[in-house]
Ligand binder design. Sequence first.
Ligand code: WQD
Length: 372
Amino acid sequence: MLILSMFFISIFLYFFYYYCLPFIIWYNEYVKSIYGGNKMKVLVAGGAGYIGSHICVELLQANHEVIVIDDFSNSKPEVLGYIKDITGKDVKFYEFNILDEKKTEQVFIENEIDAVIHCAAFKAVGESVEKPIEYYTNNLTTTLIVAKMMKKYHVNNIVFSSSATVYGDPEVVPLTEDCKLGETTNPYGASKAMMERILTDVQHACPEMSVTLLRYFNPIGAHESGLLGEDPKGIPNNLMPYIMKVAAGELPCLGVFGDDYDTPDGTGVRDYIHVVDLAKGHVLAIEKYNKPGLHVCNLGTGQGYSVLELVHAFERVNGVKVKYEIKPRRAGDIATCYADPTRAKEELGWVATRGIDEMCRDTWNFAKTRMK
Ligand code: WQD
């Protein structure tokens, strides 16, 4: 009798898990999308930027309300219209630099903010070596002002746009979140490590806060619409926008910074992650890491590609030529960096789903749309 009842119980559990549970999960999401369950008002600092704008799209499509502060120092006003074109929704926008503490405080006074995603920072390795004062002033002060206003107005959830550069030149790869934070090799990476430290200490002093440090590897790619993508002002510091401009004929030739690293083809290896996958990781982080405490999470694919592998993938996928020449190494660069993304999968249910071909295709689609 016992065996028979055990048999029927296991049959019931099998059917419940594989047929009823998915339906219950779907219905719960459907109800949330209709009645705005867990709808949050999220401030995206730097929300008109390359990564910030993609985060805004994913937040709006997840039925959250979005407020943006941006000074257009590394973005363009038309991005706000593109966000509307893609989602059919507006963000509430404020144009100023967060270094203006009074204006930043006014945003916290005027809006009942539930959470902050802090993307407002300068982010080019090479440039940071030449301009350390600007990088430390902008990146650290904006973080201190955001943290001050969150504490003052009891906003207890922040997701910080951090970077794999905080690991310095890694002794082992793939990198897990428990890898020690290395000697950062440039002011950009050092500022990110300091910003992490600021927010970690703030969380320690304010235990009611949830502070999430998302360590990005190398975000590239563009929204499938072709409306949003990385289009830095002037000469690009990062690899993919430079490749894009050479392929488009806007720049004559790509300089490959060093082919004598200890890597398969001698050029630098990085973990390139599609910016839409990255943005989706932020929505999950703001929704799931909402319990008080410090949460640290890598956002990468776990797959490394060299500079030349990315160049050749771009040419193959898009049927274009990318002229390049080998140049000396760039100050502050490291040989190899890629993620172990296990924690993001286990704690957020997040996995990067877009591969290198899609990153190249979407980048070129954005370039063609931008050039129309
Ligand atoms: C990638 C590889 C270069 C340009 C930094 C930040 C990271 C993220 C992206 C924010 C390296 C080589 C590059 C060029 C080249 N920032 N390269 N010619 O420095 O790995 O990462 O930017 O989200 O947090 O650390 O990115 O694209 O500059 O360089 O050969 O013209 O391409 O040497 O090996 P990086 P990158």
